[in-house]
Design a binder for this molecule. Structure first.
Ligand code: 5GP
Length: 191
């Protein structure tokens, strides 16, 4: 009988600036069975972001409407905006029997863990150290000084949650970190 394996649900979380987005894109490029889960958010799009591709950008009212309809697997408020993973986005991926890559924070990861039927693997990515993180945030030129300060404050609160993850990787070299991630993926794809 045909008994397809459960899709792998790979969660990547990290303090912002640790390189998670780069790693997510590398995974998708190297293995097209992985699709990135496109979240809903009430945050305003950044100049290079595309609606439906980077996020589903929605108003607070629409987000709350979806929340009331129980449309999300998980959701969180981060830096004053709502973020959530809709059930329909995930179903669209798993119906194709593809694997799912989540770029979500520790709050979302914690909520997904409650769905015991999911084949969840949770990886926390750390920057080499706090000073390096600050340098990266400045170098990527995406946030003003205030936002960088906020992200640095959030860093200290976020890192304590690494304990809830299956794996913790330090991203001091993106290729090395990616190779470690690939090993984790192939281990779990075989199970
Ligand atoms: P950004 O606004 O920089 O794109 O993302 C801010 C944070 O929100 C990142 O840590 C990202 O992983 C997290 N995030 C993005 N989408 C979701 C989601 O659907 N749920 C949760 N819990 N976090 C999310």
């Amino acid at each position: 009988m045909n008994n397809p394996k459960k899709p792998l649900m790979l969660v990547l979380s990290s303090p912002s600036g640790a390189g998670k987005t780069t790693l997510s894109k590398k995974i998708q490029q190297s293995d097209n069975s992985f699709e990135i889960s496109v979240s809903h958010t009430t945050r305003k799009p950044r100049p290079n972001e595309v609606d439906g591709l980077d996020y589903h950008f929605v108003t607070k009212k629409n987000f709350e409407l979806l929340l009331n309809q129980n449309a999300f697997y998980e959701h969180a408020e981060i830096f004053g905006n709502y973020y959530g993973t809709s059930k329909s986005s995930i179903n669209q991926i798993t119906q194709k029997n593809n694997n799912v890559l989540f770029d979500i924070d520790w709050q979302g990861s914690q909520q997904l863990s409650k769905f015991k039927q999911l084949n969840l693997v949770k990886v926390f990515i750390l920057p080499p150290n706090k000073e390096e993180l600050e340098k990266r945030l400045i170098a990527r030129n995406q946030d003003d000084k205030e936002a960088i300060k906020r992200r640095m404050l959030a860093y200290s609160k976020d890192v304590v949650h690494q304990i809830d993850y299956d794996y913790v990787l330090v991203n001091d070299n993106v290729d090395d970190c990616f190779n470690k991630l690939k090993k984790i993926i192939s281990k779990h794809l075989q199970i």
